[in-house]
Design a protein around this ligand. Structure first.
Ligand code: SAH
Length: 374
């Protein structure tokens, strides 16, 4: 039965080495060969692995498999942004988005089906939390995107199209720490996707204990969804703040940068008309961040059905950004991309409310996605 076989996709190198030793009586060298086939060459079929002995391949088929998520739909924007809806099992779907830019290709991946954080401006919150994704399901998003992009204009001469990976799709990655960290290790392993630690970004709503844990265990770029410059407002927008208020969150961030010898934390700040976009909010933000290793990324709010919020006018966003920059807090605004396909952070999950993939495919909407602009 297939269920008894070990899915090799996403197995960290040490575990893969242990597996080939125990189940196949093979050396660590075989594990390294397998990793090259799976991640570099995108193989999902042992019979294609031509430098492995025929007999070894037959043994592999008995005990192992490479199971990847299935694509339900793909949409390509006129600006090249692509969105895949992936089937995780009979009823669950998640979305993965690829954003090509002249100097990089960013893959935005999901860590959970749904989310339990309940941020008021995010559509994912509306569907509630369904389940964590496994390591294979997280790594599988990259595997699939890489396969789909290999022959495209976005790919370099080695067929590589993904230069950056960000956990900014569905879910709270630090609430799925157990699976997200091994997945990030595969992204950075030189036999995996071989990305530098600055090109893998974990975005969190602010799970303080897990930020400290991450500081000890895994070195990646950190983005934090701040969205408000005081506890009163943040308690409302990002309810986890009631448990881990701003001063504790920022202390964890500065500790993370120091421990990791990192450059800076990126603070995401969604621009909600009349809610958190006033000059006074910008000045409060300056007081919080000035002199610290921080960058602010302003995200024009992406509307979704049923939301009570509106996007701040462009002039308000520009004014807010200027106040920060004038006070030596580096701030940029995310540029809207792919607005002819539905692909926005905070909107992706709204489609899963019905929990049926048939409807998922049929209900594709027209919201905008935003992406980082420097
Ligand atoms: N759970 C992670 C990843 C969320 S998605 C986190 O909270 O950081 C990535 C970013 O998009 C987060 O900063 C999130 O707050 C923001 N976001 C959510 N809904 C949004 C919306 N409707 N418009 C704009 N940004 C949104």
């Amino acid at each position: 039965m297939a269920g008894e076989r070990m899915n090799l996709l996403g197995l960290p190198r040490a575990q893969l080495e242990a597996f080939v030793a125990q189940s196949l009586n093979a050396t660590p060298f075989r594990a390294r060969q397998l990793m090259k086939w799976i991640y570099r060459r995108g193989a999902a079929d042992f019979s294609a692995m031509s430098d492995l002995a025929r007999e070894f391949r037959a043994q592999l088929r008995e005990v192992a498999e490479i199971t990847v998520p299935q694509i339900v739909t793909e949409q390509v924007s006129s600006d090249g942004t692509r969105k895949w809806m992936l089937r995780m099992d009979q009823v669950q779907g998640i979305e993965t988005v690829y954003i090509p830019e002249p100097d990089r290709g960013t893959l935005c991946i999901s860590s959970q089906v749904g989310c339990a954080m309940d941020c008021t401006f995010c559509a994912t919150a509306q569907q509630g939390f369904n389940r964590n994704l496994s390591v294979a399901e997280i790594v599988g998003q990259v595997w699939l995107a890489q396969r789909e992009l290999a022959g495209s204009r976005s790919a370099d001469s080695d067929g590589r199209a993904i230069t950056n990976i960000v956990f900014m799709g569905m879910g709270e990655p630090l609430a799925n720490y157990r699976n997200v960290v091994p997945a990030m290790r595969i992204f950075m392993d030189d036999l995996g996707y071989d990305l530098s630690r600055r090109r893998v970004t974990l975005s969190t709503s602010g799970l303080v204990p897990q930020i400290y844990k991450l500081a000890e265990e895994c070195n990646v770029a950190l983005a934090v969804s701040l969205h408000a410059p005081n506890d009163e407002l943040r308690n409302e927008l990002v309810p986890i703040n009631r448990k881990h208020p701003i001063d504790e969150l920022l202390a964890a961030c500065w500790h993370y940068i120091e421990r990791q010898n990192g450059r800076s934390v990126t603070f995401e700040y969604v621009m909600l008309d009349g809610v958190n976009d006033k000059a006074e909010h910008a000045r409060q933000l300056v007081r919080l961040l000035k002199g610290h290793p921080a960058k602010v990324n302003l995200i024009p709010f992406n509307v979704f059905p049923g939301t009570r919020y509106r996007r701040s006018p462009a002039a308000a966003i520009a004014r807010f950004r200027d106040i920060l920059n004038d006070h030596a807090v580096i701030a940029t605004t995310r540029k809207t991309r792919g607005d002819d396909i539905d692909a926005a952070c905070g909107q992706l999950a709204g489609k899963v409310t019905d929990r049926t993939l048939v409807r998922l495919g049929a209900k594709l909407g027209h919201e905008a996605r935003t992406t980082v602009e420097t």
